[in-house]
Design a protein around this ligand. Sequence first.
Ligand SMILES: Nc1nc2c(ncn2[C@@H]2O[C@H](COP(=O)(O)OP(=O)(O)OP(=O)(O)O)[C@@H](O)[C@H]2O)c(=O)[nH]1
Ligand SMILES: [Mg+2]
Length: 379
Amino acid sequence: MKVGIIGRTNVGKSTFFKALTLEDVQIEDRPFTTIEPNRGIAYVTVKCPEKEFDTKCVPHNSPCVSGVRFVPLEIIDVAGLIEGANEGKGLGNKFLSDAMEVDGLIQVIDISGKTDGTGNQTINYDSKRDVEMVRKELKLWVKSIILRVKLHGTEDLSEAVYKALSGIKFSFNTVKEAIKNLNIKTLDESSAELISDYVLSRDKPMIIAANKMDATENLKERLEDLKSNFEYPIISCSAAAELTLKEASKHGFIDYYDDSIKIKRDLNREQIKAIDIISKIIKKHGNTGVQQALNELVFGLMKNKVVFTVEDEKKLSDGRGRILPDAYIVNQNATPRDVAELVHSEIAKNYRGAIDCRNGLKVKNDEPIKNCQVLKIIV
Ligand SMILES: Nc1nc2c(ncn2[C@@H]2O[C@H](COP(=O)(O)OP(=O)(O)OP(=O)(O)O)[C@@H](O)[C@H]2O)c(=O)[nH]1
Ligand SMILES: [Mg+2]
């Protein structure tokens, strides 16, 4: 599972990425700070089943903090987009292919309206323009790839388009469905654009992270305006606030857990002031919105699930005795066999079935996983 952070330049993409991963990346108030993509591990959060099973987990691949399980996924932060990127403007379109090697997208926008389309300071910039621009750039770029397809002899159209797009993770089924449902017989400007729109909307689900919510007085109006114009889920956030809290927590200044802040050490006047401002943001909005945005994409929009795997269904442990060691993100239709594939190719090869550890019963091989199911794969 891989998520991409995209958006116009200077909106706070790298800040958002760093707040989720704590990777040491460059953040600056100027356009085109990020050139090469930043890659890291972020986590979605679910309730750990340890309490329900009356046990204490010993996590392996997914840390657990006070009963909240952090399930890992890959995340990538790419260079900022500007109008014309599909034709090579700004930093060109190389990073479009970086951004597109993902299963889902978070588009970061600056909801405060204080940076313009080229990432420079302004007032009252309409962030709807950015949402339109990103949608257009992605569509035109995928369209340009489709238009490069050359059909050989009797080659099937779906096969040829899929081959051209497979490097950027579009599924064959989606491409085939697009060509069938849109009744496409040949490739030209308009049919390529239709296919592009179709496959993007199916295979690159996207939410909007309305960032810099701390820097505007008119958040409510601005959000309503966006919501009435787009169907994307929109989560308001302050990546800068989340990053400050995560860093302060990492260095032992505060406890930051479950959207509450507890000061642990003596802070200087500046630090107290910063924490005070952020506390007010959290009080007003309930949270900083960063983790919520990632969870919304992975669970809300993409409808993924989490599955826990164990080797011993009684002790709920792996071969080394670790309790509820591993958790994985799976898509909504994943079956026990798909889970086996995620765990190890050898396990998938020797797969003989799976047991639901909640009731000790065998799970049907074609039955979709239930969210937070604890499975023993039988090999
Ligand atoms: N007020 C406020 N500023 C923020 C927030 N998030 C990021 N910023 C600031 O916005 C500026 C740009 O942040 P970056 O994270 O570098 O933005 P980017 O989108 O990665 O920029 P490029 O890589 O240049 O495209 C920096 O000055 C950040 O401190 C936020 O939530 N609130
Ligand atoms: Mg950046």
